[in-house]
Ligand binder design. Structure first.
Ligand code: ZN
Length: 86
């Protein structure tokens, strides 16, 4: 089984949500973070709780990671670490 569980997002649209393409909806839904018809787009990933490891909140323009198996959002530092651990 190919692991695609940790996905990088380049730019957060807002502190709480980032628009995603339809191709990512399945993964984001599996993580329990899919939002539909949001202010940022038709589909979005919810990340208002910030990094699951260090609690750093995201700001608009930040890069971040989603671990879809764990359903967790990660900052750049911890997302990279988790990806390397895979
Ligand atoms: Zn972190």
């Amino acid at each position: 089984m190919v692991s695609v569980s940790v996905v990088r997002f380049e730019t957060a649209d807002s502190p709480t949500e980032t628009a995603i393409g339809e191709g990512l909806t399945r993964l984001v839904r599996a993580a329990g973070r899919l939002r539909v018809d949001t202010s940022v787009g038709k589909y979005a990933v919810a990340h208002g709780d910030g990094c699951a490891v260090c609690d750093t909140p995201l700001a608009a323009g930040d890069s971040f990671y989603l671990d879809s198996d764990a359903g967790e959002i990660l900052c750049v530092t911890h997302g990279r670490e988790r990806r390397e651990a895979d």
